[in-house]
Write a protein that binds this ligand. Structure first.
Ligand SMILES: NC(=O)c1ccc[n+]([C@@H]2O[C@H](COP(=O)([O-])OP(=O)(O)OC[C@H]3O[C@@H](n4cnc5c(N)ncnc54)[C@H](O)[C@@H]3O)[C@@H](O)[C@H]2O)c1
Length: 155
């Protein structure tokens, strides 16, 4: 399979969830991590992206700069992960979907139901995937618990 070009917004140095995404993506081997606006501090974000192997021209200081930088590249990112604080998810996710990128947005996708419904509508309109990683549903203990409840062992 051809690797997907992948970018990240947020998930900078010292963040909680950014490393988990990068580790998870590296397990599959299906992604090339090629672009990022990783930090609210532009200089830190640029420096850390390059530390992680992203080329200088795609180590962005800001997500809007990344959107403009990636939009017209022939090798532009196929998808972005949004791993910024909750209140920023709506604006960033919407902008990337509207520019034709698939988005994996950290939970919660938005701060209100209305914003969430708008994101669903935008994703449909532009024919792009907007995924949210509810990772805990995949935990083996949660699955085991579900099976126990279904069997009548619990609950
Ligand atoms: N799925 C899960 O299990 C799980 C677990 C933890 C956190 N989260 C979610 O992940 C998101 C991030 O959480 P965290 O704990 O990693 O936060 P964090 O505060 O540790 O890290 C946030 C990162 O985003 C960067 N950032 C902030 N504003 C930015 C902007 N405008 N542009 C670019 N980068 C920006 C910060 O510099 C930092 O690097 C939250 O939405 C949180 O709810 C999900």
């Amino acid at each position: 399979m051809t690797k997907l070009n992948w970018g990240m917004i947020g998930g900078g140095k010292g963040s909680q969830i950014g490393p988990a995404h990068r580790l998870g993506a590296s397990v599959d081997g299906d992604y090339s991590f090629v672009a990022g606006a990783l930090d609210h501090d532009p200089e830190k974000g640029r420096a850390y992206a390059q530390e992680l192997g992203i080329s200088a021209d795609r180590a962005y200081g800001d997500w809007r700069e990344m959107l403009e930088g990636e939009r017209n590249r022939a090798d532009r990112v196929d998808l972005v992960t949004v791993a910024t604080p909750n209140a920023t998810h709506y604006e960033i996710t919407k902008a990337f979907l509207e520019a034709g990128f698939h988005v994996l947005c950290e939970k919660p996708m938005t701060m209100t139901v209305e914003e969430g419904e708008e994101i669903v509508a935008v994703a449909k309109k532009f024919g792009k995937i907007c995924a949210v990683n509810y990772g805990y549903s995949g935990y083996s203990l949660v699955r085991h618990m579900r099976a126990m409840i279904a069997r009548g062992d619990l609950g």
